[in-house]
Ligand binder design. Structure first.
Ligand code: SF4
Length: 378
């Protein structure tokens, strides 16, 4: 479990009324004061004004790893969502790193505690433990590898560590599934059914071999014993509320309007969208694909709005469209604004850190086991 420290003298409201220019000046003043001890991490889905003030920009695992490898860093302010701050805490305060710093912890701060992830929230540890027990009634759990997407609570990563399982990202999901199938006949994949399904389909596993486990259905997650015994991948009934919004009709509309357009999507999008797309891959893959494309290429991209808008701004030589008529942005990540950033930084500089995310030692230990297994997978 992650513990959270909040200043008892909670003084956020006055920050809301400040102009952006004032907030930026005050944030820059703290950056100058704390120097290399402070790292502000800006996730790709973050709003531009926050990214502009970040020391590093990237996806969640990349950012955590980069911050954890810095020998000067003592404070990480993670402009992302809750599970990302947990991962940063696990990596930055793992035992070998703590020993190098004579036991001094790196403070990991999430500027707004309400910045959660709807996908991560769809798989609670009690639900996963109950599912494991229920699955054990019809399948030998020694023949199941639990795989959690990195977009999950630390408690789930620890569950995987304890049960011979592993963590995956959207860029290494196929290699992780191969690793799992070299050990067991089946996988329990959580919390994102779409990443699990899209990845396994490319490996030749059929939908018939991928029953969906509904944690709200007490009767074997809504499955028959037969279906579970036939399974290769049991998919958790979770999804990303942002990527779930992209629909096949959006692909058809763009193809009709812009003949020759290339459709590039994230594997958190539903199968019907992935099947129609020209290319599908992680955030890093999407960025690299656009960077490497010939000038004048036309794209419709199905991923978070802020990232697509930033790609548009940074690549005027390409014609980039957002693959949806509706606004698909990560509303929880959007909660991290300049006011929250300034408030958390000024408290940090004053020696009264707020919103500190600290994962307990036992959860850290087992999460690291699952994360280390992932690092062994090439
Ligand atoms: S984009 Fe989706 S998966 Fe990513 S943080 Fe937001 S809700 Fe979670």
């Amino acid at each position: 479990m992650a513990t959270i420290t909040q200043d008892p003298a909670y003084e956020f409201p006055p920050y809301k009324s400040l102009e952006n220019a004032t907030l930026i000046d005050r944030i820059e003043a703290v950056r100058k004061q704390l120097g290399a001890e402070l790292m502000i991490l800006g996730h790709h889905y973050q709003q531009d004004e926050v990214v502009a003030l970040s020391d590093l920009r990237g996806d969640s695992y990349q950012l955590s790893q980069m911050a954890a490898s810095s020998s000067d860093c003592r404070h990480i302010v993670f402009c992302g969502v809750h599970f990302m701050a947990e991962t940063a805490d696990i990596l930055a305060n793992r035992p070998d790193k703590l020993a190098e710093r004579d036991g001094t912890r790196v403070n990991v701060i999430l500027p707004d505690l309400a910045a959660g992830c709807s996908m991560a929230d769809m798989a609670g540890i009690e639900q996963v433990e109950a599912a494991w027990e229920d699955l054990g009634e019809v399948i030998d759990t020694n023949d199941i590898t639990p795989v959690t997407y990195i977009n999950s609570a630390a408690s789930l990563k620890a569950f995987c560590g304890r049960h011979g399982g592993i963590v995956c990202t959207s860029s290494n999901a196929a290699a992780v599934l191969e690793w799992a199938f070299a050990r067991t006949g089946r996988v329990l994949f959580f919390p994102d059914q779409h990443l699990g399904r899209n990845t396994a389909l490319k490996m030749g596993i059929t939908n018939d071999q991928m029953p969906v486990w509904d944690p709200h259905d007490d009767d074997l997650g809504g499955n028959t014993s037969d279906a579970l015994q036939r399974s290769k991948v049991v998919l958790w009934k979770g999804h990303c509320s942002v990527h779930q919004m992209f629909r096949p009709e959006h692909v058809h509309q763009f193809r009709e309007k812009f003949p020759g357009i290339q459709i590039l999507v994230h594997p958190e999008c539903p199968q019907e969208v992935n099947d129609l797309a020209d290319l599908s891959g992680s955030t890093g893959f999407i960025i690299k694909t656009v960077e490497a494309a010939n000038p004048g290429s036309t794209w419709a991209i199905g991923t978070e709005l802020h990232l697509v808008n930033r790609l548009k701004a940074e690549h005027p030589e390409q014609e980039i469209h957002f693959l949806s008529p509706v606004v698909c942005m990560c509303a929880t990540m959007y909660r991290i604004n300049l006011a929250h950033l300034c408030w958390s930084l000024e408290n940090l500089a004053a020696g009264t850190p707020v919103n500190v995310i600290e994962v307990d030692a036992e959860t850290t230990k087992w999460s690291l086991v699952a994360l280390e297994r992932m690092l062994q997978v090439k």
